[in-house]
Design a protein around this ligand. Structure first.
Ligand SMILES: CC(C)(COP(=O)(O)OP(=O)(O)OC[C@H]1O[C@@H](n2cnc3c(N)ncnc32)[C@H](O)[C@@H]1OP(=O)(O)O)[C@@H](O)C(=O)NCCC(=O)NCCS
Length: 174
């Protein structure tokens, strides 16, 4: 494995910077994780206030140190426009899950495709993952389109216990 979790892996694409969240980003994290429109299809708990957004950043730091999660904020020009995460990372099983969110005004402009490609490359090449899965609501057409466009394949026999409306997509290193 080439990446060893010492220095946070900042990633760059043609238009975007993917970077670590710090406490100056608390408001941006709050906006992304509390907005009903962004989280319409997301089952995880909304953050309710700035304190909970701060807690979330702390949890991300802790899980990064445990080599279990890498949470990136997505920057376009001078603004945080979204986030993307590899979580439930298991280096032992060469496995991770991926999740993502974009502010509504930045959707459908190809931004998440751009960020996702870079994170997948990082996951497969630098973390030596073999499998990346995504859990998404069956009615989340934008998310499903994004996944299928990036060669994720629906796992019809796999279910998300407690979240029966979720569909599981899988991408295997080629
Ligand atoms: C899912 C999400 C990240 C997609 O990001 P995005 O930057 O808008 O996606 P892209 O512009 O890169 O588009 C990727 C593909 O999906 C398709 N797509 C995007 N939005 C779509 C929509 N509203 N309806 C149908 N297709 C859509 C695009 O057409 C594109 O394919 P194309 O290049 O062939 O046209 C964004 O809609 C979002 O943040 N949603 C809210 C959060 C969320 O639900 N996250 C997933 C939780 S599992």
């Amino acid at each position: 494995m080439k990446f060893n979790f010492t220095i946070f892996p900042e990633l760059k694409t043609e238009r975007l910077l993917l970077r670590k969240a710090n406490f100056n980003d608390t408001k941006a994290v709050f906006d992304l994780r509390s907005c009903e429109e962004i989280n319409k299809f997301v089952a995880t708990k909304r953050v309710k206030n700035i304190e909970e957004a701060k807690d979330f950043i702390n949890i991300c730091d802790k899980l990064y140190k445990e080599e279990n999660r890498i949470f990136w904020l997505i920057h376009y020009k001078n603004e945080v426009i979204g986030s993307i995460v590899l979580h439930r990372i298991s280096l032992k099983d060469s496995f991770a899950e991926i999740g993502y969110k974009l502010k509504p005004t930045f959707q459908q402009k190809g931004f998440m495709s751009e960020a996702l490609k870079e994170v997948l490359k990082f996951g497969f090449k630098s973390l030596d993952l073999k499998t990346i899965e995504a859990f998404t609501h069956k009615d989340n057409a934008p998310s499903i389109a994004l996944l299928e466009k990036n060669n994720f394949v629906l796992q019809p026999d796999k279910t998300d216990k407690g979240f029966e409306h979720n569909r599981i997509f899988k991408l295997v290193e080629n």
